[in-house]
Design a protein around this ligand. Structure first.
Ligand SMILES: O=c1[nH]cnc2c1ncn2[C@@H]1O[C@H](COP(=O)(O)OP(=O)(O)O)[C@@H](O)[C@H]1O
Ligand SMILES: [Mn+2]
Ligand SMILES: [Mn+2]
Ligand SMILES: [Mn+2]
Length: 202
């Protein structure tokens, strides 16, 4: 997505503009798919009301609240759980080109598998946004199966704003997927997008 990365300081000097904060929550896991494929890490995203994938979070008002307080409020609404977010979890700020002047702050935070499982339950049973702004939480498959299933198909979906770039950057930085596997998955996803788009209508 077009736009440019800016520093937290520059972002916070632009109080007249709209700001949004989103977060990648993840946990290590020993669980195995089909009892044999290690999933290694659980990464959370969500299916939004508009049919696009994105991260939990939303619009904040830095003139009235800290970025982290605003993000925590959004997480309470969208996940139905209290997630304490601190400046240590801050990753980056991005000045989006469309919609113009929206500033997108990104966070990532490692939690335990049991806390993550609680969040998944709360998102259904307790979140006021469940079924409305948020259609459901989803895990990101980080493995690539022999037929290309997993991360490549996941990446071939449509994502809100710069959330796909945020996901890829975080998977690399946090070493949740090896650079080589990530590169191959991105390449496969491009081919798959083409396949889906060129499907004839029934
Ligand atoms: O995961 C994301 N990463 C980056 N930008 C996002 C993400 N989700 C939404 N956005 C952008 O931020 C804006 C506000 O976010 P969101 O739709 O979550 O607000 P809300 O939860 O307060 O209704 C969206 O219109 C979109 O442009
Ligand atoms: Mn929200
Ligand atoms: Mn939101
Ligand atoms: Mn909101």
């Amino acid at each position: 997505m077009a736009g440019r990365d800016i520093s937290r300081e520059e972002a916070l000097s632009r109080l007249d503009q709209k700001h949004a904060c989103h977060i990648l929550l993840y946990a290590d896991s020993k669980a195995k798919l089909f009892g044999k494929i290690p999933i290694k890490h659980i990464v959370l995203m969500q299916m939004r009301f508009d049919g696009l994938l994105g991260f939990p979070g939303g619009l904040v008002k830095p003139s009235e609240e800290s970025l982290e307080a605003g993000l925590s409020r959004e997480l309470q609404e969208e996940l139905g759980a209290a997630v304490s977010v601190s400046v240590n979890d801050y990753v980056s700020s991005h000045l989006a080109q469309s919609p113009p002047h929206l500033i997108l702050h990104f966070y990532s935070k490692k939690i335990t598998e049991s806390v993550l499982l609680e969040i998944e339950r709360a998102a259904v049973s307790n979140a006021v946004d469940h079924g409305f702004e948020v259609l459901g939480l989803t895990r990101v498959p980080l493995y690539t199966l022999r037929n290309g299933g997993g991360l490549p198909w996941f990446l071939s979906h449509s994502f809100i704003s710069n959330s796909r770039a945020q996901l890829l950057e975080a998977l690399r930085r946090l070493e949740l997927v090896s650079p080589q596997n990530l590169e191959e998955a991105v390449k496969k996803a491009e081919e798959m997008r083409h396949i889906v788009k060129s499907d004839p209508p029934h």
